[in-house]
Design a protein around this ligand. Sequence first.
Ligand code: CP
Ligand code: NVA
Length: 304
Amino acid sequence: MRHLRNLVDVGREGLCVLLDAADRFRDRRGDPDIERPLAGKSVALVFEKASTRTRVSLEIAVAELGGHPLVMTSSGSQLARGEPLADTARVLSRMVHAITFRTAGHDRLLELIAHSTVPVLNALTDSSHPMQLLADLQTVRSKFGRLDGLNYAWIGDGNNMANSWIEAAGLLRLRLVLACPKGYDPDQAMIEAAVEQGASIELVRDPIEAARGADVISTDVFASMGKEQEQAQRLEAFRGMCVTQQVAALAAPTHVVMHCLPAHRGEEIEDAVIEGPNSVVWDQAEARLHTAKAALVWAFGHDG
Ligand code: CP
Ligand code: NVA
């Protein structure tokens, strides 16, 4: 049994094994002879925040792996009435075989894990989004045939996605330049840990510096879930941080543009960029399904 708190839980070797498994799930989708490693198992998908991709990918992944997915939202359960997470964890552990959890505070994820006797997977917290990064890495690897030796750029908020890119950079010793406005930096401890592992991480203020020569440009909304009330102030702080055609034109000719979605066109990314020939956002979204399967299988202790 394994918990997926963050990408580091998977480890460098594990990440490669997991991405290979995700490729197999992609290539063999629909094959009637594909194994069903979750047969007889139920997985609770617990959401304290909204979701489209994570919910759909996990629900379909569990079903296609032969298991039973059970979606629980806070408003439709006793969580909204304040039932302690520790109690929820113990009750779910008596009935299901794994739990995925989307919540605000990373400490809530850790609390659920502390009281669970079944594997728990992070389906997004305010500090990281490892399941999205698995999909992003699968997408990059299938476009370029490799993950190393590329220049990665992050433009925008130093949020959960930026933090998970930093973790990925650490695990895979990648070159990553992040352009974030002052006051919206990613997690400093994660940067230090990634550099310690051999990543090259640079934090800059100018998106042009990050985009120049990049093979992969990633961005995300300026105001993440829970920060909506800061929207006006953030629009001001993030002025000039949009991934425009002019910014993307500085990247390598074969670059790809990524966004975990949902996007706010015209804010962090221009419509012409997200709809343009270098955008891989739909492949990235589809990869959520294949990598969700691989992550579930990993959590159950199989290598896929
Ligand atoms: N990218 C992502 O996690 O999307 P959802 O919020 O729709 O799940
Ligand atoms: N940073 C975004 C990601 C959504 C998938 C958020 O937390 O809202």
